[in-house]
Design a protein around this ligand. Structure first.
Ligand code: ZN
Length: 197
């Protein structure tokens, strides 16, 4: 197992739509192991394959904290098949060192995916039960579609200031993501407070 280089914002691979995985080969198993090594070494809770320069539909998570243990979770060829509600989510990303911004996320999702053996799985995750896992799945899913969390920043100007301070490229207004269903659910929240854990 080995630690891989995490690509930073500005690298074109982060904007590509990742390719589906058809073969659950030893090469993929090794990539998964290396991605976990990399994620733990960087103190992250999630890492998508494009972040290590591999444009494939794969991400790994470990959302364990002081109170809950999740362990290693692997999502291959994932699709969010149901989503509802909304929340404000305070997020960072290993491809954006020391940049944290608030974005809108759903507060309940159902995701279909394959595990590392290729077996189909389905999981429904609610924010109230699993706050970090619910938000992390949505963040990592976006990576597989070339979408980055700053594209969803509630305060685009504020996010841009943070990026400049870290010598990262500016926000690309053309990449700004507005999802009508999410906007509608979010507009019904009273005084949304960003979820941080
Ligand atoms: Zn990320």
């Amino acid at each position: 197992m080995s630690k891989l280089k995490v690509v930073k914002y500005g690298d074109p691979v982060l904007r590509q739509v990742a390719e589906p995985i058809h073969k659950f080969s030893p090469k993929i198993q090794k990539l998964i192991g290396d991605m976990f090594d990399t994620m733990y070494a960087e103190n992250g809770c999630g890492l998508a394959a494009p972040q290590v320069g591999v444009s494939k539909q794969l991400f790994v998570l470990d959302c364990s904290n002081e109170t809950k243990r999740y362990g290693k979770m692997v999502f291959i060829n994932p699709k969010i098949v149901r989503k509802k509600g909304a929340c404000l989510s305070h997020e960072g990303c290993l491809s954006f060192p020391e940049v944290f911004v608030d974005v809108k996320r759903y507060n309940e999702i159902t995701v279909r995916f394959q595990d590392m053996k290729g077996k189909p799985q389905e999981m429904t995750v609610k924010l109230e039960e699993h706050p970090l896992l619910c938000r992390a799945i949505q963040h990592e899913m976006d990576h597989l579609n070339g979408i980055l969390f700053v594209d969803l920043a509630v305060d685009q100007h504020g996010a841009d200031v943070l990026l400049k301070a870290k010598d990262l490229p500016s926000i690309d207004p053309a990449k700004n993501v507005i999802e009508p269903a999410l906007e509608e659910a979010y507009s019904q929240l009273e005084n949304p407070v960003a979820v941080t854990e």
